[in-house]
Ligand binder design. Sequence first.
Ligand code: ZN
Length: 166
Amino acid sequence: MSQQPAQLSLSDAYRFARESGCLEGVLELSALPRLADVLASLAGTVSYRLSGFTGEREQARLRLQVTGTLQLRCQRCLGAVEEVLAIDSRLELASADSAPTQEELEDERLDILPVTGALDISALVEDEILLALPTSPRHVTCSLPATDGTDAEPHPFAALAVLKHC
Ligand SMILES: [Zn+2]
């Protein structure tokens, strides 16, 4: 696992786009603090590939691809729900002096990325993952955790057993 620069300065980011730069890396999930709330497990990594390109009018753009498998926390039973990431986002760098046109703002395939100071690659990967995740992850079928905490799956005859005691 090679060490990647964590940040690109604004001018480096523009040069990266103009020169069709490419960066690949792997990030530990535990290094992405804003994901901690939604993950059932912080073990694992995501892989990213950031490449630069330019638009028709030489606008500086980035393509960010992120792959990996996350264990989200089920909103119903709190167990792990597997989420396979396949993010492929296109972003246009926007600094204060290069305001996007209305046409670009309306282009849903392109997100505008306001950059002030520096571009933090792991924060960008984290942002794109958060945007891609379901807001309320759940298993297709699952049951609420048992109240006694010993058996997550209630025995099918548990209700009958209670009836016998009455
Ligand atoms: Zn569940």
